[in-house]
Design a protein around this ligand. Structure first.
Ligand code: 7RM
Length: 651
């Protein structure tokens, strides 16, 4: 592939306030020291973090054993993650946290629960004993297919307490997807719920489990949380109610002393082929990575109420709803439902009522809120907020500015965090107290992370040319493999460049060395020999004051190789017309250059997205090129959007 040229130029910069900087966990001075140490000797830096931020039963003998592409971190060390997330907040100088909120949970209908560290510890111990009674042993796999209820966090921590390996399957996946994941992992037990609430209605989960379990020979038991109370079929011997099993369970359970490299969890993620990859993470390195980044990037303090809106079914929920946050003894808020129920201001209402101080969400959500209008956040007092974060996709500068202005009241630093399921924790990100941010840039690698941009031949790309984002040195939270498929692990991540992790993302760096992530490399188009990021065109479109959201894909074109097709969601009230389309083309030409002008502009009410909010580009490409085959649509959020886009095709 030829080089990736970025045409986007963003000049605005934002400095953290003196207030924020003076009280931050890492101020300018400590940050500079850590950066120096990490640059000189990343292993020493990570060892320092592992000592400072993680409690070990037995110290490690060797920081890193690296036989590319296989890494072992903190070799010989023994620890338990549930001990780190719970017990250590109940003893010694932290004992006061016993009665501090660990989890604030709010159900979609408006019910809520506040669970203290003391209570959470007891619940986790009890459920760990339940698992043991059901025959779950160290190393066994447990599938968790649940709505966003506290029991999901409890089940996760109970698994880690006894060394069982959890595999959380997002509750929005189909029975077929669940079956495939259960079988791939060979799970012995499934934890689920009768259902959860979505858009004001109870949404059953158990029937999908029943359907999946018709062909899952490894599963012996199912434990069902009663959430909605809807009639639920229970299969004799196999199915048990959570509350019944918990009734008799002891609230004491010693944490297993686990090897640093003991498997912690498997999380499935889609790749370029159809079969999902079971990304495997282990114990000591992962915890070091997520605990350190949580403390530094979110600047977690005992006075904070932290809210990450991700579902625990995704990596963001694993690392930054549960593990990294609880390991810091902070308060984590969990919300069960959709952002727009019962009204478009639900998120802002939650922030106001609970006094949320740190808010971490996805650009797709931010763009939705832009579209819904400023009046909804403006109805609420958001002055408790002191730090904002984004994750999941590149954020276009205009959405960043809106987030900064309307949600952050211009006072909150924004951390745009780049990372992946595979990386376990955040990799490229601003350090909120010590450096200027730029709208749309994830800025610099976290200390100890050696990210770089390579050209096709594995040479560092020049400043203006883009290239492939890679990581040159192992890091503690990195995936240890793909469950059951070592060959695919090597092929996917380690075969493109020697001993270097291939992220699959394109990026470039500006003159300050800041990273600008351009999305997956297959999202990059070649127009008449010029490489243009779909995201750049999208950014240009969204910077138009009548555009709420857009997705840009390439379609084959006889003349230019690839032609740009833009799917555009106008803001409420904008009038769709040929003239508007022409205006947008000119707008893009002005923002980037005539080369980036979309050939087709298609207006749509909404874009097809996966449940995690990622725009389904493959599907859009197929629609753009007029292919009838739209592939697997089980993860589509809204089928009606597809139907509307298709009928556009016919017209
Ligand atoms: C955490 C997560 C990973 C992919 C990754 C990127 C994209 C994530 C950002 C981003 C630009 C960001 N894990 N991505 N964060 N792109 N800026 N801050 O999302 O495995 O589900 O996705 O998401 O393409 O490769 S993930």
């Amino acid at each position: 592939m030829p080089d990736i040229v970025s045409l986007l130029k963003e000049k605005r910069t934002f400095q953290p306030s003196a207030d924020f900087t003076s009280s931050a966990n890492w101020n300018k001075k400590t940050t500079a020291e850590y950066r120096r140490l990490a640059a000189r000797n990343p292993n020493r830096f990570w060892a320092k973090m592992a000592k400072e931020n993680v409690s070990w039963f037995t110290p490690w003998k060797k920081v890193l054993d690296w036989k590319p592409p296989f890494a072992k971190w903190f070799v010989g060390g023994k620890l338990n993650i549930s001990y780190n997330c719970l017990d250590r907040h109940l003893e010694g100088p932290n004992a006061w946290r016993r009665n501090k909120a660990a989890i604030i949970w709010e159900g979609e209908p408006g019910d809520s629960r506040v669970i203290t560290y003391g209570e959470l510890h007891r619940e986790v111990c009890r459920f760990a004993n339940v698992l043991k009674e059901r025959g779950i042993k160290k190393g066994d796999r447990v599938a968790l297919y649940m709505p966003m209820v506290p029991e999901l966090a409890i089940a996760i921590l109970a698994c880690t307490r006894i060394g069982a390996v959890h595999s959380v399957v997002f509750g929005g996946f189909s029975a077929e997807a669940l079956r495939e994941r259960i079988n791939d992992a060979g799970a012995k037990l499934v934890v689920t719920a009768d259902g959860g609430y979505r858009r004001g209605e109870p949404n059953a989960l158990k029937p999908a489990v029943d359907a999946a379990l018709r062909r899952t020979p490894s599963v012996e038991n199912v434990i069902v949380v009663k959430r909605t109370g809807e009639p639920t079929r229970m299969k004799k011997k196999r199915d048990h109610w959570w509350h019944e099993l918990m009734e008799g369970a002891s609230s004491r359970c010693a944490p297993a002393k686990l090897d640093s490299e003991h498997p912690l969890f498997i999380l499935y993620t889609s790749g370029t082929t159809g079969k999902p990859k079971g990304i495997l993470h282990t114990t000591g390195g992962y915890l070091t990575h997520v605990t350190t980044t949580s403390k530094v990037l979110f600047d977690l303090k005992d006075t904070d109420t932290y809210w990450c809106t991700a579902d625990i079914g995704w990596i963001t929920g694993h690392s930054y709803v549960v593990y990294g946050i609880l390991a810091n003894g902070a308060t984590t808020l969990m919300y069960e439902g959709v952002p727009t129920h019962p009204g478009p201001d639900r998120f802002w209402d939650i922030i106001e009522r609970w006094g949320v101080t740190i808010f971490y969400t996805a650009p797709t959500a931010i763009r939705t809120f832009v579209r819904l209008g400023d009046e909804h956040p403006k109805k609420h007092d958001l002055s408790s907020l002191r730090l904002l974060g984004t994750v999941g996709e590149p954020i276009n500068p205009e959405a960043w500015m809106w987030y900064h202005r309307v949600i952050g009241g211009k006072r909150c630093p924004i951390v745009d965090t780049w990372w992946q399921t595979e990386t376990g924790g955040i990799m490229i990100t601003p350090l909120p107290a010590s450096m200027p941010t730029k709208p749309g840039s994830a800025t610099l690698p976290f200390p100890g992370i050696e990210a770089a941009i390579y050209d096709n031949d594995g040479r560092e790309a020049s400043a203006s040319d883009g290239g492939f984002l890679v990581v040159r040195k192992p890091w503690p939270g990195m995936l240890r493999g793909i469950w059951g498929d070592p060959k695919r692990f090597v092929e996917t991540y380690w075969s493109r460049y020697k001993n270097t992790y291939f992220t699959g993302d394109g990026a470039h760096r500006d003159s300050d060395g800041y990273f600008w992530i351009m999305g997956r490399v297959d999202d990059v188009m070649n127009i008449s020999g010029h490489r243009i990021g779909t995201m750049e065109v999208e950014s240009a479109l969204v910077s138009h004051n009548k555009v709420a959201e857009s997705a840009v894909v390439g379609r084959p074109d006889d003349l230019t190789g690839t032609a740009i097709v833009a799917f555009v969601t106008p803001k409420a009230g904008a009038k769709v017309s040929g003239a508007f389309a022409a205006q947008l083309r000119d707008h893009v030409a002005k923002q980037i250059g005539p080369i980036a002008k979309p050939k087709d502009i298609r207006f749509t009410d909404a874009l097809p997205k996966t449940r995690s909010g990622k725009i389904m580009r493959r599907l859009l490409r197929d629609i753009a090129s007029g292919k009838e085959n739209i592939g697997d649509t089980t993860t589509l959020e809204d089928y009606s959007v597809i139907a509307a886009l298709r009928s556009d095709d016919d017209s």
